[in-house]
Design a protein around this ligand. Structure first.
Ligand SMILES: [Zn+2]
Length: 346
């Protein structure tokens, strides 16, 4: 009993400083529910609070059905919804700099960092990148799984992604992100595009939500060589909760921690964080044919039963303690490493 109490006390202490989840498809959900009011406060905040979540990478993502014509409009509407719902909640705030994030943490508000998953909203117009920066976008991944004007996504197979690297537009986007101060996210990009981004840039690079190919060998995840490239830049890799294993039976908290351990073994504990990518709440609302479409086009996600949403975040911390991680290292995984990236780049 004493041991259990001390674990719970440690979890409580570790979460008191807040947890960073750098990838969450929140703006899309707020947009789809735009006819309802207070979605953030009613449906999402209680889970953040239960899990001690302090900072969220809120990812703009445009579903196929809106492309190409409505990509820009839907992205703008997603941003508008995020600001409006944050304001209304009084407990969340969109942040654009490391200082603003620190202030949000001090005032016990949840900080949102707007991120973009796939540059479809830009079309091929680099000026729009500047416009999105002014609206608060501070992290960009060039592609999702589908190809776009910037490049190609990694596929859900061990080989067979496009051998093409970035397009000239993609290269311009990368250079402009680095110049403006937008964090470049290598999640989803195909291996050739990954290499191009590393060659084009000099600042720390991050992968917001991914897993190691050691445990789930698809090109959507990242290889040991790619992990080392991020380590060389002192970047951070966020571990994804929905692609830890191709097998449902292996999709467990322990396997999630295996991914953390693997990245830490290769490039150090200072280079691993969290990008949960929780979307079970969206997936469960889909009709069967859409789930089938996802399975055929990409993959069937295997949700970790005790790590399905933000209210479960403490289960991860408990597991890290069980697995022998020191408090100092758990703090780095839960927030410290991402905070360092924000200090260095924002
Ligand atoms: Zn993703």
């Amino acid at each position: 009993m004493a041991k259990k109490d001390s674990i719970e006390a440690r979890v409580k202490r570790l979460h008191a400083g807040g947890v960073v989840d750098i990838h969450f498809d929140l703006p899309m959900d707020l947009y789809e529910k735009r006819a309802q009011s207070n979605v953030l406060a009613k449906e999402v905040l209680p889970e953040f609070e239960a899990g001690g979540i302090a900072i969220i990478g809120a990812a703009l993502y445009i579903e196929d059905r809106y492309l190409p014509e409505r990509g820009l409009q839907v992205a703008l509407d997603q941003i508008a919804r995020l600001y409006a719902e944050s304001e209304k909640s009084r407990r969340c705030v969109v942040c654009r700099s490391s200082d603003e994030i620190s202030r949000a943490l001090k005032s016990k508000k949840v900080a949102f960092l707007i991120t973009m998953e796939g540059v479809e909203p830009l079309g091929t117009d680099l000026d729009l990148l500047r416009a999105f920066f002014e609206l608060g976008v501070r992290m960009i991944g060039l592609t999702h799984a589908r190809p776009n004007a910037a490049g190609h996504g990694g596929i859900f197979a061990a080989s067979g992604s496009s051998p093409e690297g970035l397009t000239s537009f993609g290269r311009d986007v990368v250079r402009e992100c680095e110049r403006l101060g937008i964090i470049i996210d290598l999640a989803h990009i195909n291996p050739a595009g990954f290499k191009d981004i590393v060659d084009l840039t000099t600042k720390p690079l991050i992968v917001s939500h991914t897993n190691s190919r050691k445990f789930y060998n698809v090109e959507r995840n990242i290889s040991d060589d790619q992990i080392k490239m991020i380590g060389k830049r002192r970047g951070v890799i966020g571990i994804n909760s929905v692609l830890v294993s191709p097998k449902k039976s292996n999709s467990t908290l322990d396997c999630f921690v295996d991914h953390i351990e693997h990245v830490a073994d290769l490039i150090g504990i200072d280079c691993v964080g969290i990008g949960f990518d929780f979307f079970e709440f969206i997936y469960r609302q889909w009709p069967e044919e859409k789930k089938k479409w996802l399975a055929e086009k990409l993959t069937t996600p295997h949700f970790i039963p005790d790590l399905v949403n933000h209210s479960h975040a403490r289960n991860l911390t408990r597991k890290l303690i069980e697995r022998g991680f020191k408090d100092r290292d758990i703090e780095k995984i839960l927030r410290g490493n991402w905070l360092r990236i924000f200090r260095e780049l924002l």
